[in-house]
Design a protein around this ligand. Structure first.
Ligand code: AMP
Ligand code: TRP
Length: 327
């Protein structure tokens, strides 16, 4: 099965990206053909800093490799290097309906300051994401819960295209983790962990060192109950138990049973230790990959070429199906 996913190089990565998308992808590459993309054209809908875009693009690629993406078996590439993405995105914009695009909750969230001032690209963003997916005959898309709606839109667009112009695209499925698909903010546990949150205390970055982890976990909002229990209503605690289980071999049930009577302090201290042990090797790899800029560029160039070959094939068929003349 062909799998594709991407992360926007808007900033440093946090553990929501790691557990929601990156780790699932590293597991999927064992048995499937994986395409792993740095979604830089998506990032420019919000990031307007050229230097940071360049650096973050390299950094995101380094994070993929550090978390275990293996370029010998996976195609690691940069979205903007494959021109077919923006071309197919345009075609899909002529297929998608205003009403459909209007229902995307991410646009509503991200344009909170007012749709009037939001970039048009933020509105058409899901059609670019659909193009990313459809250009590779992708069947599975590992993403966090927040991206599910975009994958569903992709399915609808592919089905409509196939119906109107003939079988062209495979219909992709979102692959959502049962545990880790929605890591919550440490300070506002009813919201998802997000890089764009105003407070750095709300997220844990892949590069956070142990003392920073300790500060953030100790400051994480829980509640005043003494016992550690698994309870959907105790959102802050549930989030910490989820993180604990994701960076150890334990299930959430095992974590809560083990710490039931130990008190919040011991629980949090052990979580810091477990999380640090989990992140330390990734952090170290990240340093090494980031230092080797030439090596990173080489990996991306190879990936870009491989991706382009496949994407161009799909684009060619698509253009033919809709009657584009190439004299
Ligand atoms: P983004 O940073 O928006 O490009 O997201 C990259 C990937 O990480 C997508 O698959 C998201 O669904 C996933 N993701 C982002 N935030 C979270 C979160 N808080 N919990 C789980 N997955 C997340
Ligand atoms: N929109 C995704 C996000 O913000 C990133 C992304 C872009 C993506 N293209 C994709 C994810 C294709 C999966 C498949 O998280």
């Amino acid at each position: 099965m062909r799998i594709l996913t991407g992360i926007q190089p808007t900033n440093n990565l946090h553990i929501g990206n790691l557990f929601g998308a990156l780790i699932p992808a590293t597991k999927l590459q064992e048995e499937h053909e994986l395409f792993m993309m740095v979604a830089d054209y998506h990032a420019i809908t919000t990031l307007k800093d050229p230097k940071r875009l360049t650096e973050n693009t390299l950094f995101t690629a380094a994070a993929y490799l550090s978390a275990g993406i293996d370029p010998a078996r996976t195609t690691l590439f940069v979205q903007s290097s494959v021109a077919a993405h923006t071309e197919l995105a345009w075609i899909l914009q002529t297929i998608a309906r205003m009403g459909e695009a209007n229902r995307m909750t991410q646009f509503k969230d991200k344009s909170q300051t007012g749709a009037e001032k939001a970039p048009v690209g933020l509105f058409t963003y899901p059609m670019l994401m659909a193009a990313d997916i459809l250009l590779y005959g992708t069947e599975g898309v590992p993403v966090g819960e927040d991206q599910k709606q975009h994958v569903e839109l992709t399915r609808d667009l592919a089905e409509r295209f196939n119906r109107d112009f003939g079988e062209t695209f495979l219909i992709p499925e979102p692959i959502i983790q049962s545990n880790g698909a929605r890591i919550k903010s440490l300070t506002e546990p009813e919201k998802k962990m997000s890089k764009s949150a105003p407070s750095a205390k709300s997220y844990i970055l892949l590069t956070d060192e142990e003392d920073m982890l300790a500060k953030k976990i100790r400051g994480a909002v829980t509640d005043s109950e003494r016992e550690i229990t698994l309870d959907d209503e105790r959102k802050g605690l549930l989030n910490l138990i989820t993180i604990f289980s994701l960076c150890t071999e334990y299930t959430k049930e095992e974590v809560s049973e083990r710490y039931q009577h130990s008190g919040m302090k011991v629980f949090k201290d052990d979580l810091v230790m477990a999380l640090n042990q989990y992140l330390a090797p990734i952090r170290m790899n990240m340093q090494e990959y980031s230092d080797d800029r030439a090596g990173l560029l080489e990996v991306l160039q190879t990936g870009n070429e491989a991706a382009e070959m496949i994407a161009n094939q799909y684009l060619k068929t698509t253009r033919e199906r809709i009657g584009i003349l190439r004299p």
